[in-house]
Design a protein around this ligand. Structure first.
Ligand SMILES: [Zn+2]
Ligand SMILES: [Zn+2]
Length: 143
């Protein structure tokens, strides 16, 4: 099973929160992750613990940072999400609706399916919000 398929929505949200709030010199305190996710500290800790088990974050003295695997997984997630958005957008959904619809499927799709969708969509460069769609780089580095 691919890493994304093992993660829950909230775990991906937690991973995104850590990536968005960490700096070169500082990891993210638990309270900050809890605040961003609008959950209690124990729930935030549960999500971070699961991410740590998958090797996506590392925790030290109460601060959390992403690992290189965590960042690569986030990029894969963005690719899944934005390719799905591009497809729903072309089908006529408004950008916000395509985002909601994409969130319903992006974690479940395999990389292979995302590649096929991307191909079918003509390899879009950006999602309906104008954000760049990361390209598959693990296999062949095709554009
Ligand atoms: Zn979106
Ligand atoms: Zn988007």
């Amino acid at each position: 099973m691919e890493t994304l398929q093992k993660l829950t929505r909230r775990q991906v949200d937690a991973l995104q929160a850590v990536a968005a709030h960490e700096t070169a010199s500082r990891g993210v305190p638990l309270g900050e992750v809890a605040e961003v996710l609008e959950v209690s500290a124990p729930s935030a800790l549960e999500h971070l613990g699961a991410l740590e088990l998958h090797g996506l974050v590392s925790r030290y003295r109460g601060k959390t940072r992403t690992t290189s695997k965590g960042l690569a997984t986030l990029e894969e997630y963005q690719r899944h999400h934005r390719v799905a958005e591009a497809m729903f957008g072309r089908m006529g959904l408004a950008p916000e609706e395509s985002c909601t619809a994409a969130r319903e499927v992006d974690l479940a799709l395999t990389h292979r399916t995302v590649e096929q969708l991307c191909e079918a969509e003509g390899h879009p460069e950006v999602c309906p919000h104008g954000e760049t769609i990361p390209h598959e780089h693990r296999a062949r580095g095709r554009r």
